[in-house]
Design a protein around this ligand. Structure first.
Ligand SMILES: [Zn+2]
Length: 234
């Protein structure tokens, strides 16, 4: 059944299931939905009271997953907001300055900008910074992994990246691999997984059994990494 509680200004909706267990279980899934599993016959009031005591944690979890959502339009580009880079969370520090610059400093992404209130400009500066970082890291990872592709695809392979809306990467018949620039926010091993996945498309331009056999051979634990990528950046 579905129910909800009010906590401050927030309404927390949850799906409740009963199970043969002794304690109440609360899960926040990467899609930010809340699932509650309660011992059979637990009073709904009791469940809600327990949820209220955990509300802070639930909201934090939801926020955590929200920050990994590449399609979320909720970014405000203001001080203190968390942004991801190579799998780590950084807080934004917006600094008014004549010299525009973006740099990493002690857990912060510092954005030096002319007008602190010009969030569009800050977003633009940040995206340029991510793009530059992607140029460096994607190229390095790609070059390190290229020998894997060479074992079954001797022709030239070219790497590009763009901000894509719906996928992490693609591969063309002409040996061009395109990564989603957004991947620069994910852990390196997730980027490596997408590169190797696209390499395998050089041999098979589909998700056939042969494709997966090749992927299994080249990256045996790819399922774990894929799961991580999906749950990290849903
Ligand atoms: Zn694919």
């Amino acid at each position: 059944m579905k129910s909800s509680i009010q906590y401050g200004n927030s309404i927390i909706r949850f799906t409740l299931q009963y199970a043969d267990r002794k304690t109440l279980g609360i899960q926040v899934h990467p899609n930010r939905k809340v699932y509650v599993i309660a011992p059979i016959d637990t009073d709904l009031k009791k469940i809600k009271a327990k949820l209220k005591s955990k509300a802070n944690w639930i909201l934090k979890q939801q926020e955590f997953f929200l920050s990994f959502h590449p399609l979320t339009p909720s970014r405000k580009y203001v001080n203190g907001e968390t942004h991801l880079y190579l799998g780590k969370q950084y807080r934004l520090k917006i600094i008014q300055s004549k010299n525009e610059d973006v740099k990493l400093k002690r857990g912060y992404i510092e954005v030096h900008t002319i007008d602190k209130k010009d969030t569009l400009k800050i977003k633009y500066q940040l995206n340029i910074w991510y793009t530059n970082k992607a140029n460096v890291h994607f190229t390095n990872l790609f070059n390190n992994l290229l020998p894997i592709a060479k074992t079954f695809y001797p022709q030239k392979v070219v790497l590009k990246h763009r901000w894509l809306k719906k996928k992490w990467g693609s591969c063309s018949t002409k040996g061009q691999i395109t990564l989603n620039t957004e991947l620069i926010k994910a852990p390196k091993k997730c980027i490596e997984y997408v590169i190797i996945h696209e390499f395998c498309h050089l041999a098979y331009l589909n998700h056939s059994k042969s494709f997966y056999n090749l992927l299994d051979k080249k990256l045996p634990n790819w399922r774990v990494i894929k799961h991580q990528l999906e749950h990290f950046m849903v």
